[in-house]
Design a protein around this ligand. Structure first.
Ligand code: C5P
Length: 359
């Protein structure tokens, strides 16, 4: 089948793409609400969320890797759980696993910056500005993968930068941005604004810009490692999670322990439904990203995130009283047109991936 594996008769490639778009939109909304709906004294720690995300992703990827070996027709370890586990562990601790340390550190930084960005920007502004990832991904693809882009794609990238710039101008002009959130207290009918969350768009835009750089570099580096060796994607994911544990643990270890109630209590302090929802959607997103990279490609991944803009914009209008301004509309439309242009197949792109002399 030219379209690759199918699920319920539909190509997995398209299912994973649509799922990623919905996940992207859901993540920015749930993460934003989880940060702005409580006063700072009752806020959960983003560092804990980043760590839990990596632990969950690692455990799920480890399970998938084992199931694959256990069920594979070609595997000599088929239908033997201990042998399958041993084989996967052997693969995980292979000599070239260190290569994943670089994207692992970058992804932890990116996931942490995402919390700063989403706490300081309206959801739709965050989504549109985060599209700069396409620009940084292209730049790092040219530098690291020696990818050559068609003139149409370069024009699309310029449009993208322009569109993001227009959206940025409208979001910084209203600095600092105040937002009040209605949180029901007491009886079900007793809804009252309980606090005002102050957003700092400049801080948000700085964080989102930095996150775009780590996204581009980490994504391209991960692609380089994946395509430069024969290792399984799920094994690579476990390696990625393992290397993420160190940078994800550092801010927790070096945080203020004066009122400590023990490691696990501190870790899960103020973790309510919205915080767990954020972690679950982020973990799911990491796994879907892996599937998208395997069954489609990074270009289609960019298309999925632009679809997410429309979804989260519609949801923002309904949930967060997001006001449509002419500059937001112009900027978003420019970003969407640019994304569409960038995703037009030209067949002219070539990728040269440096294959290491030794596996
Ligand atoms: O926005 P971008 O595509 O750069 O985001 C990638 C996200 O997916 C990050 O949160 C990263 O931690 C996650 N990821 C993952 N496993 C991969 C690649 C990315 O969990 N193999």
């Amino acid at each position: 089948n030219a379209e690759g594996p199918t699920l319920f008769g539909m190509p997995l490639k398209y299912i994973s793409l649509v799922t990623l778009a919905v996940q992207n939109a859901a993540l920015s909304i749930v993460m934003h609400y989880s940060r702005v709906s409580t006063p700072p004294s009752q806020a959960y720690s983003p560092a804990s969320a980043v760590l839990l995300n990596e632990i969950l992703k690692g455990l799920i990827s480890f399970s998938v890797a084992i199931i694959q070996v256990f069920n594979s027709q070609e595997s000599p370890y088929r239908k033997s759980l201990p042998l399958s586990v041993r084989h996967v562990c052997h693969e995980i601790f292979s000599a070239d696993s260190w290569k994943l340390s670089i994207p692992a550190i970058l992804y932890v930084i990116q996931n942490s910056l995402q919390f700063v960005a989403i706490s300081n920007l309206p959801v739709a502004t965050f989504q549109v500005t985060y599209q700069m990832k396409i620009l940084t991904t292209a730049a790092f693809s040219v530098i690291l993968l020696r990818k050559s882009l068609s003139p149409t794609k370069w024009v699309a990238l310029c449009f993208l930068a322009l569109g993001v710039g227009i959206v940025q101008i409208q979001s910084t002009s209203a600095s600092p941005h105040h937002k009040s959130v209605n949180v029901p207290v007491g009886s079900a009918h007793d809804a009252a604004p309980v606090h005002i969350h102050i957003m700092s768009p400049l801080k948000g835009l700085g964080a989102v810009t930095a996150a775009c750089f780590t996204s581009g570099l980490a994504g391209v580096y991960f692609e380089m490692v994946l395509k430069g060796s024969k290792s399984d994607l799920w094994v690579r994911n476990v390696q990625l999670s393992l290397f993420s544990l160190v940078p994800a643990l550092l801010p927790i270890i070096f945080s203020d322990h004066r009122n400590s109630q023990g490691f696990f209590r501190d870790l899960l302090k103020n973790f309510g439904g919205w915080a767990w929802g954020t972690v679950a959607i982020q973990t799911f997103g990491g796994l879907v990203t892996a599937v998208v990279i395997k069954y489609s490609d990074n270009i289609l991944k960019g298309f999925a995130t632009s679809l997410a803009i429309i979804l989260s914009f519609l949801a923002s209008v309904a949930l967060f009283d997001f006001k449509l301004t002419p500059s937001f509309l112009l900027g978003s439309t420019t970003v969407l047109v640019a994304t569409w242009m960038y995703n037009q197949p030209t067949g002219r792109e070539t990728v040269t991936i440096p294959i290491p002399s030794k596996a």
